[in-house]
Design a protein around this ligand. Structure first.
Ligand code: S3P
Length: 407
């Protein structure tokens, strides 16, 4: 069973964003609880390569602006889609030229839908390609009046970062209500989100709440392993990220929230989770899916234990993540005997008796790897000794926390 209380490193989405705002601020900023994930390290390295000063010690990270001096022309984004997309908007707008490239998986992910809007803002993209590597030149940004046509917070934020370099106002509307951390940070810094334009702000102190997407794997383990009772303190509880928790509560999961408060314009809560029998399937709305898009792999595993039929639909975006997550979820759960059927934009799951199968695989996708590890824990008992390095992409302390809670 899992027992005890933990705190997690800062949310990855917030970490990327706050580093960029630290780089834009007029003086030194101090960030507490920054994510230690490989993805966030990619963002840090790129900013350092542009001569921003970033220093990390055990307690905090400091960021300060200095004269941009581009030593490196090629910027490596690793596996991080967020780094790649943010940097395509951010770097040219602050006067940097170069090439962004990534690992094998990132090099297959779609960039065109972002590039089309950036071209309208006069971002000079030199390669006419739909994927990385992408070459760009420093650019004078034109304002834009744009309504998102894909439900992507990465696209929205890349456009906002570009817009923040212009003296003229851009209007960027998000009818999908994707995650709004970039907007919340702008408000925290005294700016406005009615329209986006250059604004000046001093260095700041910011504490990043725990990563709710990382928390979802620990929550799943506690729900499914008999006798468990855990608490995760200081977790980010922004409404655009809580689909997973809200849906699980509707399914009858024993999850309680406490100490709910607002810090730096973000909602934060402590989450208590107990072993839950009698989970039942519920109907999922489009907005539920959007608000739990990164949690769908681990949600699919939980759905195998819920009475009735669970339909995940309107989730076509899953095909463009670190792997084609619809395929990789269906492949692994089917191998373990799940009654799961693939659909074009999702899948259908019926309550199943799962048996562990050693031929399941991570598809080199961190969230699929963690789903497989929780599957191992729930079915086999204990923690798998063959550790998946790819998990460091988002949650380097995954095994440490599971180990400390499992008894
Ligand atoms: C993210 C947005 C989402 C999410 C990703 C992080 C962000 O991607 O899946 O893990 O930090 O803005 P999309 O913008 O592609 O939907």
């Amino acid at each position: 069973m899992l027992k005890g209380t933990i705190k997690l490193d800062g949310d990855k989405s917030l970490s990327h964003r706050i580093l960029i705002f630290g780089a834009l601020s007029n003086s030194k900023s101090t960030i507490y609880n920054l994510s230690k994930s490989d993805d966030v390290k990619r963002t840090i390295n790129i900013l350092k390569n542009c001569n921003f000063k970033i220093k990390t010690n055990e307690k905090f990270t400091t960021v300060y602006k200095s004269k941009i001096n581009q030593k490196i022309k090629k910027f490596y984004c690793g596996n991080s889609g967020t780094t790649a997309r943010f940097m395509i908007g951010f770097l040219p707008s602050i006067g940097i030229s170069g090439t962004l490239y990534g690992d094998k998986s990132l090099s297959k992910r779609p960039m065109k839908r972002l590039l089309d809007s950036l071209l309208k803002m006069n971002v000079k993209i030199k390669t006419n390609k739909e994927t990385l590597p992408i070459q760009f030149e420093k650019s004078n940004i034109n304002p834009i009046n744009f309504t998102l046509n894909h439900p992507s917070a990465q696209i929205k934020s890349a456009l906002i970062f570009a817009a923040l370099s212009s003296k003229e106002t851009s209007i960027i509307k998000d009818p999908f209500k994707t995650r709004n951390h970039t907007e919340n940070i702008i408000k925290f810094l005294g700016g406005t989100t009615e329209g986006y334009k250059k604004f000046s702000f001093k260095g700041f102190n910011y504490t990043i709440p725990g990563d709710i997407s990382s928390a979802s794997f620990i929550i799943a383990a506690a729900l499914l392993v008999k006798g468990s009772n855990i608490k995760i303190k200081n977790v980010l509880f922004n409404e655009t990220r809580t689909g997973f928790i809200k849906v699980l509560q509707r399914m009858g999961a024993n999850i309680q929230l406490s100490n709910i408060r607002i810090e730096c314009f973000e909602k934060v809560a402590d989450i208590n989770v107990q072993y839950s029998t009698n989970l039942k399937s519920v109907a999922l709305k489009k907005s539920d899916i959007l608000n739990m898009i990164d949690e769908i792999p681990i949600f699919a595993l939980i759905a195998c234990f819920a009475k009735g039929e669970t339909r995940v639909n309107h989730a076509a975006e899953l095909r463009y993540k670190e792997s084609d997550r619809i395929k990789s979820i269906v492949f692994n759960l089917q191998k373990c005997g799940a009654k799961i059927t693939e659909m074009k934009e999702g899948f259908i799951i019926n309550k199943s008796k799962l048996l562990y199968n050693t031929s399941i695989k991570s598809f080199q996708d961190h969230r699929i790897a963690m789903m497989c590890e929780i599957l191992y824990l729930v079915i086999q008992g204990g923690i798998n000794h063959n550790k998946h390095k790819i998990i460091d992409t988002s949650f380097p302390d995954f095994y440490k926390h599971l180990g400390s809670l499992y008894e």
